[in-house]
Every structure is written in C-alpha cells, then in structure tokens.
Write a protein that binds this ligand. Structure first.
Ligand code: KMH
Ligand code: ZN
Length: 276
C-alpha cells in the first residue's frame, strides 16, 4: 500500500510551486496519485491563502471532488492539523466519516515547536473517531508512541492489532536509519500493519527499506519535496511513481483498494468493553 501525503500543514508554495492548496487542487493531486499507484491519500486542507486549516467544509469539498472524479482512493484525514490547533479544531471533520484518520499517541518536539498530544487529547480524538466509526492510523514520531498505542489497545480503546505509520527523521523525533525502523517493527503487536514516512532526504531510502522488509510506504510533499537531490517533485504523484518502480523491482505487487481496505480494517469497530 502506498499513501500519498499531498499537502501537510508546514510546507508552503514558497518551498515548492507544486503544492496543492484548494479543494480542486487537492482533489486533482489525489487523482493523479491514485493513477500513479497510491492506495490512500493523507489529507490536510488549506484556506485559500494557504493557511493550514482543519475546516470541515474544506474537507467535505475536497472529498466530494475526489469521489466526483470517480476516484476510489482510500481517504484519510489528518487529526494532527498544524502545531497549536485545539483538539476541537483538529477533530471536527471526523463527523464527515472519512475511511481513516490519524491519531498521534504522544507529544514530540517539532522543529522549534512542540506537537502536543497529551493523554486527554489523545483520548478525546479517539472518542470522536469511535463516535463516527473512523479507523485510526497510529502516527508514531518516536518509539514511546508505539508503547502508548499498545497501552490503549490493552484498555480496549484502540482495536488491536492496529495500523501504524512511523514518521521518521523529523527534527525532534526519532531518527530515520533502517536500524531505527527495524527496532520499531520489533515493538508492534503481531499482525499489525505498518508504513513508514521518512522526512526529507530519508523518504525514498526508507521506502526502499520498508519494501524489502514487507512494510507499506507513505510519500508526498508533506514529508519531502525532492525526487532526487536538487530536483523538485512536480507533485506527490511523482514520488508515488518512484515507489511503484521500487516495488516492481522488488517483486512486491501493489494492493488493490479492496485489499487495502481489508488490510487496514476500515469500518471494523473497536472491540466491546472499551474504557472510553
Ligand atoms: N502537521 C503536524 C503538526 C498528522 O497529520 O496527523 C501533524 C501532522 C500529523 O501532520
Ligand atoms: Zn499530516
């Protein structure tokens, strides 16, 4: 499975002219990524001037345009939003019932800022995900976040074994060597699925390692702007295409959308007896 993180909250058009902002631009990019081989789009939205946003109306318009184009890509909303947003802002669009949404299970230094996810904030986002039947993707910027997610599984608050995404190489978070990824894999519940998102120059090398060891991959302009040194990707679709080529070379077939939805356990409710 390949996830395309097409926009994010931190990158701007000053960094790359190829960044989508409007619902139409986001939808067009999602369609291009699907055509290139992506199975899921990780969505953030922006106000028309590029300001990071979590406004439900913008998510709704983007989803309608993706679906209106006949595109079957799995849709995952960010609940991380941008640093400093409240939980209410971050989680409001879950009422639109996307296929999946992210859930970061801890706080982390984020460049010069802190991406805050206190236990009550995590539980509040999870409760809203459960309310609307949205499957979480557990975002781990460091190894303690895997442990925190497993504790939530023991409490029944997250359905085991879960789908994890390791975001590696961000300043303040965990490093992005193959050894870091290999260690994280040892912590996972058996039968958990996982993908990796390497930040910046780590994106494609970590994708190659994940493909070799049986994982899934996230790429896109949210995490990395360059196809290779000095060459800007003309959109996330070019990074998706690079991963498809790696997968073909390694003999790893791409998941169909149906297979991806099964693997990701989309629409499978958490088990009964939750403490939340
Ligand atoms: N923009 C970061 C502060 C997520 O999408 O869930 C958080 C983030 C993670 O991008
Ligand atoms: Zn994100």
């Amino acid at each position: 499975m390949i996830t395309a993180a097409i926009c994010g909250a931190e990158v701007t058009r000053k960094d790359t002219p190829y960044l989508p902002y409007t619902p139409q631009e986001l939808a067009d990019e999602a369609v291009r990524c699907r055509q290139a081989g992506a199975t899921m789009v990780h969505l953030h939205v922006r106000e028309p001037d590029g300001t990071p946003s979590q406004r439900a109306a913008l998510f709704a318009e983007t989803v309608a345009l993706i679906k209106g184009a006949g595109c079957d890509i799995v849709i995952q909303f960010s609940t991380g939003g941008a640093v400093g947003m409240t939980v209410e802002e971050r989680a409001d669009a879950l009422k639109l019932q996307p296929d999946m949404a992210t859930l970061t299970t801890g706080s982390v230094n984020f460049g010069e800022d802190v991406f805050v996810n206190s236990p009550p904030m995590i539980r509040a986002i999870l409760a809203r995900q459960r309310q609307f039947g949205v499957t979480p993707e557990i975002e781990c910027f460091d190894s303690g976040m895997v442990d925190a997610a497993i504790r939530l599984m023991h409490d029944g608050a997250i359905a085991a074994p879960g789908h994890f995404n390791f975001v590696l190489g961000m300043a303040g978070g965990m490093g992005a060597s193959p050894a870091h990824l290999d260690f994280l894999r040892t912590l996972l519940p058996s039968n958990a699925t996982w993908s990796v998102a390497g930040i910046g120059r780590h994106e494609l090398p970590l994708a190659a390692h994940a493909i070799q060891v049986g994982g899934h991959v996230r790429v896109g302009l949210e995490d990395n702007l360059y196809l290779r040194k000095g060459v800007l990707a003309k959109g996330s679709f070019e990074l998706v295409a690079a991963v498809v080529a790696m997968a073909q070379q390694a003999g790893r077939p791409l998941a169909t959308i149906r297979q991806a939805r099964e693997l990701l356990r989309i629409n499978v409710p958490a088990r009964a007896g939750s403490s939340i």
